[in-house]
Design a protein around this ligand. Structure first.
Ligand SMILES: Cc1cc2nc3c(=O)[nH]c(=O)nc-3n(C[C@H](O)[C@H](O)[C@H](O)COP(=O)(O)OP(=O)(O)OC[C@H]3O[C@@H](n4cnc5c(N)ncnc54)[C@H](O)[C@@H]3O)c2cc1C
Length: 451
């Protein structure tokens, strides 16, 4: 079987490894536009604030590793067209311009996403940049070394983490956010306000409800909103991602954003074409429908799923809760599932509770407070979302535990009673997730189990 994988960052790499693991006789050819594979863009803030010394530390595999596994790696090659009748991909060697035609039995499309670039005056100025892959990151790193005043456009997880990292490395950072609070897809207002306070306390100048309308490229770069101009040396666009699905547009089913719609097995409406990662829509387990969740964690699991099914196994997509975490000045924030505000935008009848307490006994760790906000369905108590934060305690795996609970459609009553380990060095006899669920039950009443 001839398998062509297009794109080799997270989804593509996972797909390559999985096909070769489960079907070692498959001939896997990989077409990748860039010279490197598996760049972890999520580590860029860590690099900017000096937590690691080289961007090369942000790659977890190499062309040589994948070649050793048996893949034929066509690096710096672009897939430019697919002939669906002849089952051929037209490929351009970007160094020699040579054009090749490669036969496929199955394609795994892992072409990912691009940063949303709003169409506005001056957006194409050289000083307006973005972080997406190794190449754009190198350009931004060079520019940030030479410039002090940086304006960030967009207060999602990329914009806020870059703002914190650049402020920590001594830059004067302005953050412009169109919405009324930061991180609206991940946190409700109160928790987002805590992120905002941390950023402000560390020197980030934040403006909310500030929609950028364009750029003026003079001595200074002026970043313009309806009523203000922000003088800058550099602007970073962090306004989200759009799927890169142009190769298959007009042939397979796409959603309104242009993300490839797949069945439960990662297969598009053309049975020979599978899709994985940011190019594909994800199944939200809490909403029970397909939405766009461009995350590396989803890309890897969807790459594995496509790889398994192309290799001849029969494995269903478990979907996603859209779990994420961000670190700001050593303070961890994490979220999974829906916020209350987002759930209400989807028309769901939900309630939420915010629980704050010590993770361990205060006599053992006096500074170790954690906050857990649980969002749940009013009628059924099914848990639909969780937001956690702590200054001292690692709340990452607790967020993952909540993600598992949501995937399994657990209720507050399930979470209040589930067995969680106790050891005084780590927690208290009643774990804080049990206690947060119990607090919610105290507020809304206990539901009996069905007969
Ligand atoms: C600054 C930043 C921070 C982030 N932080 C996190 C985080 O903390 N956690 C998290 O889960 N996610 C994070 N993300 C999101 C994460 O990086 C993406 O979800 C992930 O990279 C998607 O992987 P992918 O393989 O689907 O696509 P991409 O990473 O977009 O890779 C697609 C690949 O396909 C190649 N390609 C595209 N078209 C062609 C073609 N025609 N021919 C050949 N090759 C092609 C591209 O060159 C690229 O290598 C972050 C993103 C950014 C930018």
């Amino acid at each position: 079987m001839q398998v062509i994988v297009i794109g080799a960052t997270h989804a593509g790499v996972a797909a390559i490894k999985t096909v070769l693991k489960y079907n070692p006789t498959a001939e896997v050819t990989v077409i990748e536009r860039h010279a490197e594979v598996s760049f972890v863009a999520g580590g860029v803030p860590l690099y900017l604030e000096g937590g690691i010394s080289s961007l090369n530390q942000l790659m977890y595999t190499s062309v040589a590793d994948l070649t050793a596994l048996g893949a034929k790696m066509l690096m710096q090659h672009d897939a430019i067209r697919i002939d669906y009748d002849r089952q051929e991909v037209l490929v351009q060697n970007l160094q020699s311009d040579e054009i090749l035609s490669l036969h496929y039995d199955k394609i795994i499309l892992a072409t990912g996403s691009a940063v949303v670039v709003p169409s506005m005056r001056g957006v194409d100025a050289q000083r307006v940049m973005m972080v997406k892959d190794y190449q754009t990151t190198m350009q931004v790193v060079k520019a940030t070394k030479a410039n002090e005043r940086i304006t960030i456009i967009g207060g999602g997880y990329v914009g806020t983490e870059l703002a914190a990292a650049l402020a920590a490395s001594g830059h004067k950072v302005t953050l412009l956010q169109r919405n009324s609070h930061l991180l609206p897809l991940y946190y409700d207002t109160d928790i987002a306000l805590e992120v905002q306070n941390l950023l402000v306390a560390n020197g980030v100048d934040i403006h909310l409800n500030a929609a950028v309308t364009g750029f003026k490229n003079g001595v200074d770069l002026q970043v313009c909103t309806a009523d203000h101009e922000y003088p800058s040396d550099l602007a970073l666009i962090c306004t989200g991602f759009v799927p890169v699905s142009n190769l298959v547009a007009g042939h397979v089913d796409l959603d309104r954003r242009g993300a490839v719609v797949t069945n439960d097995y990662g297969q598009s409406s053309d049975p020979n074409i599978y899709a994985a990662g940011d190019v594909r829509a994800a199944h939200s387990t809490v909403l029970g429908k397909e939405i766009y969740l461009p995350l590396a964690s989803n890309a890897v699991r969807q790459g594995q799923l496509a790889g398994l099914n192309v290799a001849g196994r029969h494995i269903r997509d478990r979907g996603s809760q859209g779990s994420t975490a961000s670190s700001f000045f050593g303070h961890i924030f994490a979220s999974t599932g829906l916020t209350q505000e987002e759930a209400e935008r989807y028309g769901l009848d939900v309630r939420a509770t915010t629980y704050t307490d010590w993770c361990r006994m205060p006599s053992i760790q006096p500074n170790g407070k954690i906050t857990v906000r649980l969002v749940f369905a009013t009628a059924t108590h099914r848990i639909l979302g969780g937001q956690l934060q702590s200054m001292q305690e690692d709340i990452v795996q607790a967020t993952n535990a909540l993600s598992v609970a949501m995937e399994n459609k657990n209720t507050l009553e399930d979470l209040a009673a589930v067995d969680m380990l106790f050891h005084p060095e780590y927690n208290r006899p009643l774990n804080y997730l049990n206690a947060a669920a119990q607090q919610a039950i105290d507020e809304v009443g206990l539901l009996d189990d069905p007969e």
